[in-house]
Design a protein around this ligand. Structure first.
Ligand code: DQA
Length: 137
């Protein structure tokens, strides 16, 4: 089973960025422990700060992978283009957030991903990714 974790803008700064919200683990540290725990799954990881690169990646894997776990960061709340890309592919996408976006500023309550996603997991820290992965298994 091929699953991609796709992270959007500023998520390369995990471990350094607003640690009280996003924690102190880097994504690389978290991803290596996830790979060890789910050794039977073909897990891939891609991060980009560029909207078009996120769309290109969705197109690239969106007809062959079994699942995509997408944290589009702030693009969640702004990107009609990423929403359209999810509509255009066949692979189911789960929207994840580290923080509970619904307990934060109102602009974070809007999602262009959610209407096209299989489901949403938010607010469980980096565990949100693992919960999404479990849902594919
Ligand atoms: C986030 C929430 C977004 O509102 C924010 O812009 C992020 C991270 C999260 O994982 O909690 O960059 O997607």
């Amino acid at each position: 089973m091929k699953i991609l974790i796709l992270n959007g803008p500023n998520l390369n700064l995990l471990g350094k960025r607003e640690r009280s919200i996003y924690g102190s683990l880097t994504f690389d540290e978290f991803f290596s422990s996830l790979k060890k725990k789910y050794a039977d799954v073909e897990l891939y990881y891609f991060q980009s700060n560029i909207e078009g690169e996120i769309i290109d990646k969705l197109h690239e894997v969106g007809f062959t992978f079994e699942g995509i776990i997408l944290n589009a960061g702030a693009y969640t709340h702004t990107s009609i283009a990423i929403g359209d890309a999810i509509k255009g592919i066949e692979t189911p996408v789960i929207e994840v957030h580290i923080s509970n976006v619904y307990a934060r500023e109102e602009f974070r309550h809007i999602s262009y991903i959610a209407p096209n996603a299989k489901g949403i997991i938010a607010g469980f820290g980096l565990n949100s990714y693992e919960l999404a992965l479990e849902s594919f298994l």
